[in-house]
Design a protein around this ligand. Structure first.
Ligand code: ADP
Length: 396
């Protein structure tokens, strides 16, 4: 049985999903899981499609363990426990820049172009590309496909992508790109199958995980989003600050004497829910905490979602549906209820029981806006694209 592996490689985790590629129908899930805690004491857990554990492994801290040796171990575990006919690897690549939007076969020129984009996504892109290079070394015969988190937003109207900076900087690539595009593409596809006529109409999708953003979609096409030039912009996130007065960055550099690296670390890794609560970036922990600072971090998270959803509703000229997805969006009824309450003025009304149950439609029958929970599946979307490109490959 031929298989496709989907990889989402980060700095401290490697998420994966393995699919059977039947050649015609949609790929079907064989196994998924992640290696967490890379750099400390890595832990691998892989489950089959039913959720039963297929393989589990822990590594003790050891200088010889790298992302590449872990990937090699993962490939071996997969071959030993699931299947040994890997024909393609699809990667989540955070940035495709202005030139790449559609999923693409990885070759040397593409890899070089994507390397050049590392400064635009310094915390994600280098890890994504390291996984591509590692697969090239470990399994040189396998087709590799890059799927871009920026791609879905390429169709946005130019005005939504422009930064109010001198034009020359815009021509250099300083513009709003938007991210979480693979997730939003999946949501748009689901909406299209639920509602073939309008694809959800004027929709705001809220991807609320450790990274968080909103996307305004008209009939399934992105027209605006809260992340911008980098994945720092927009909502309050686990450890990222979200929208911030650029003057605050100048203050940190000039008055506090921080270096650019220190500011980068502050904004990406010490801010957001973690920074405001002072204790945790994890929404579950904050919801379980009784400290006022944890409560304020949650208040600010909800406030910013509602505030920026108001802006996106304006970009859309109204609102027909609202979708919650990702870790917090799919699993935290209290957050959904509080966001919905703030969006009451837009015609949002929840069905309390449906929300508590986590039903697929959680709005009340009289709500002007249909509110849904759609669990996202970025890996499946990557598998679909990888399978499509596989079919275009010349047969040996
Ligand atoms: P990532 O962006 O790393 O893929 P996820 O989409 O897995 O992140 O989302 C992680 C976030 O989801 C964390 O803040 C976590 O606390 C939150 N989360 C997961 N399950 C729940 C839950 N049952 N209640 C509240 N928050 C949850």
């Amino acid at each position: 049985m031929a298989e496709i592996l989907c990889l989402n490689a980060g700095s401290s985790s490697l998420k994966f999903a393995l699919y059977a590629e039947p050649g015609t129908d949609e790929p079907s899930l064989l196994a998924s899981g992640k290696i967490e805690n890379i750099g400390l004491e890595p832990h691998l857990i892989a489950r089959d499609a039913k959720g039963d554990v297929l393989a589990e492994r822990r590594w003790t801290k050891d200088g010889t363990i790298t992302h590449e040796t872990l990937l090699e171990d993962l490939l071996r575990e997969i071959e030993a426990s699931v299947g040994d006919d890997l024909i393609a690897v699809g990667h989540r690549i955070v940035h495709g820049g202005t030139d790449y939007s559609a999923p693409a076969r990885v070759d040397a020129p593409l890899l070089a172009a994507l390397e050049a984009l590392c400064p635009l996504a310094p915390l994600h892109q280098p890890h994504n590309l390291a996984a591509v290079r590692a697969v090239s070394r470990l399994r040189p015969a396998v087709l590799q496909v890059a799927c871009f988190d920026t791609g879905f937003h390429h169709v946005q109207p130019p005005i939504a992508t422009r930064l109010a900076l001198p034009r020359a900087l815009g021509e250099e690539g300083m513009r709003r790109y938007g991210f979480h595009g693979i997730s939003y593409e999946y949501i748009a596809r689901q909406l299209r199958s639920i509602d073939p006529d309008t694809g959800g109409g004027r929709t705001i999708a809220a991807h609320l995980g450790n990274g968080a953003s909103l996307c305004a979609m008209a009939g399934g096409r992105s027209i605006d989003t809260t992340m911008g030039f980098t994945a720092l912009d927009g909502l309050v996130m686990g450890t990222r600050c979200g929208a911030l007065d650029p003057g605050a960055v100048l203050y940190l550099l000039q008055q506090r004497g921080m270096t650019a690296r220190e500011v980068e670390h502050l904004l990406y890794s010490e801010s957001g829910l973690l920074g405001v609560s002072g204790t945790s970036s994890d929404m579950r922990a904050l919801l379980g905490s009784e400290t006022p600072a944890a409560g304020e971090a949650i208040d600010l998270f909800v406030w910013q979602i509602a505030r920026q959803a108001g802006a996106l509703a304006s970009s859309l000229g109204g609102l027909d549906s609202f979708v919650f997805t990702a870790g917090i969006g799919e699993n935290a009824p209290e957050i959904r209820a509080r966001v919905a309450d703030r969006l009451r003025w837009l015609g949002v009304a929840l069905d309390t029981d449906a929300n508590l149950r986590g039903a697929s439609v959680i709005s009340a029958p009289f709500s002007r806006v249909t509110v849904r929970i759609i669990p996202t599946d970025e890996e499946w979307m990557i598998a679909i694209h990888t399978a499509d490109l596989l079919r275009e490959e010349p047969k040996p």
